[in-house]
Design a protein around this ligand. Structure first.
Ligand SMILES: [Mg+2]
Length: 328
C-alpha cells in the first residue's frame, strides 16, 4: 500500500468521523492517542471483536453489511453490560485499496455509529488478508454494570425479540436449508440490531445479562456457571419470528429444527437476562424498545444445569436428537 493509499483511507474515515464528534472527545483522530472525558459517576466499558474474512464472514459479503455488522457485534457486547455506547476505534487490514469497497464499508459502519451517536476516535490500517477489528467503548453508572454472575434462584429468565433467525440465515447461505423466503433470515444475520436501549434500561431491573452470540443454551450456560445456579427453559415459550412460523407452515422447516435454531443458533445478538418477579412487573410497565419474553426460571441445584421442559414435561432426552444439526 502506498503512502497515498493510506492517506486516502485515513481521510475517508477522518472526514466521516469529524461529522459526529462530541464534546467528550477531547482529542480524536490525528494524535497518537484519543483523549476522552468519562462523566463523573460512570465507569468505562470496553469490548473488542475481530472479524476475519472466510472465518467470521463470507469473503463476498457486501461491504456495507460488513461495516454495519462489525460495529453491531461490539455494540451488542456493550448492551449486554448495560453500557451506553460512546466511542469506537477501528482497525482494518485490506489486501488492496478499493475505493468503492471503502465507501460502502464506511457507509454501513457510520450508519449504525450515527444512529447510536458514537464517535470514531481512532484506528489503524494495514495491508494483508481482509480483517476488521472494532473496539467499542461505553459508559455505565458506577457499580451498575450487568454481569453474568448476578442471577438468583427464583429469578425469571427473559429474552428480547425472537430467537434463531440469524442462525437460520447462515444455514440458508450455506445451502443447508432451502427456505421459501430466506431474505429476512439473511437480513437478521447480517443487519443485526444491537439492543443498547434495552440494555441501559435493564441496569435498573435485571440481575444478570448476556448477549446471545453463541446460542441460547450456551450463553445461558455462561450465566448459570457464573451465578452458580441452574435453570429451566420452557420450549413452548421460546419466541419464534413470524417468518419462521411461515416456514413451518410451508414445511420448509420443522418445529424441531426451529427449536434447534432457537436453542443453539448463534448470531441472534438478543439480550438474555434474569430478573426477579417484582422488578419484572415494574419493567413491563415501562415503554420497552423491543418485545421481551419470559422463557424460564432460575432454580436451585438439579441434575442438569439447564433443564428443558415442554408443557411441564422434561424433554432433555430429546436433546441428543438435535445434536446432528450442530455446525461444529
Ligand atoms: Mg457477548
Amino acid at each position: 500500500m502506498s503512502l497515498g493509499e493510506f492517506d486516502l483511507i485515513k481521510r475517508y474515515f477522518k472526514q466521516a468521523a469529524l461529522k459526529n464528534t462530541h464534546a467528550d472527545v477531547v482529542i480524536g483522530i490525528g494524535d497518537d492517542c484519543a483523549i476522552l472525558d468519562v462523566p463523573e459517576g460512570y465507569q468505562l466499558a470496553v469490548t473488542t471483536d475481530s472479524l476475519v474474512a472466510g472465518v467470521h464472514f463470507f469473503e463476498d459479503v457486501c461491504a456495507y453489511r460488513l461495516g454495519y455488522k462489525s460495529l453491531a457485534v461490539n455494540l451488542s457486547d456493550l448492551a449486554a453490560m448495560g453500557a451506553l455506547p460512546k466511542w469506537v476505534s477501528l482497525a482494518i487490514t485490506l489486501p488492496s485499496v478499493d475505493e468503492k469497497w471503502l465507501s460502502e464499508f464506511s457507509r454501513g459502519f457510520f450508519e449504525l455509529a450515527n444512529k447510536h451517536n458514537i464517535s470514531l476516535i481512532g484506528g489503524d490500517t494495514t495491508k494483508g488478508p481482509l480483517s476488521i477489528t472494532v473496539s467499542a467503548k461505553g459508559i455505565v453508572p458506577r457499580q451498575k454494570a450487568l454481569l453474568r454472575s448476578g442471577a438468583n434462584v427464583g429469578d425469571l429468565i427473559c429474552v428480547s425479540s425472537v430467537l434463531g433467525n440469524g442462525a437460520l440465515g447462515l444455514a440458508s447461505k450455506l445451502d443447508q436449508m432451502q427456505l421459501k423466503e430466506p431474505d429476512s433470515f439473511v437480513d437478521a444475520l447480517e443487519l443485526t440490531e444491537p439492543r443498547n436501549e434495552l440494555g441501559v434500561l435493564l441496569t435498573h431491573y435485571a440481575s444478570s445479562c448476556i448477549d446471545i452470540s453463541d446460542g441460547l443454551l450456551q450463553d445461558l450456560g455462561h450465566i448459570v456457571e457464573a451465578s452458580q445456579c441452574c435453570a429451566t427453559v420452557k420450549l413452548e415459550t421460546l419466541p419464534l419470528s413470524i417468518a419462521m412460523q411461515k416456514e413451518i407452515e410451508h414445511q420448509t422447516l420443522s418445529l424441531d429444527q426451529a427449536l434447534h435454531y432457537a436453542l443453539t443458533g448463534g448470531d441472534d445478538y438478543e439480550l438474555l437476562f434474569t430478573i426477579n418477579e417484582q422488578h419484572y412487573k415494574q419493567l413491563i410497565l415501562q415503554t420497552l424498545p423491543v418485545a421481551i419474553t419470559v422463557i424460564g426460571e432460575v432454580v436451585e441445584q438439579q441434575s442438569q444445569k439447564i433443564q428443558l421442559t415442554n408443557n411441564d414435561e422434561s424433554v432433555s432426552s430429546q436433546l441428543s436428537g438435535w445434536d446432528h444439526f450442530k455446525q461444529n
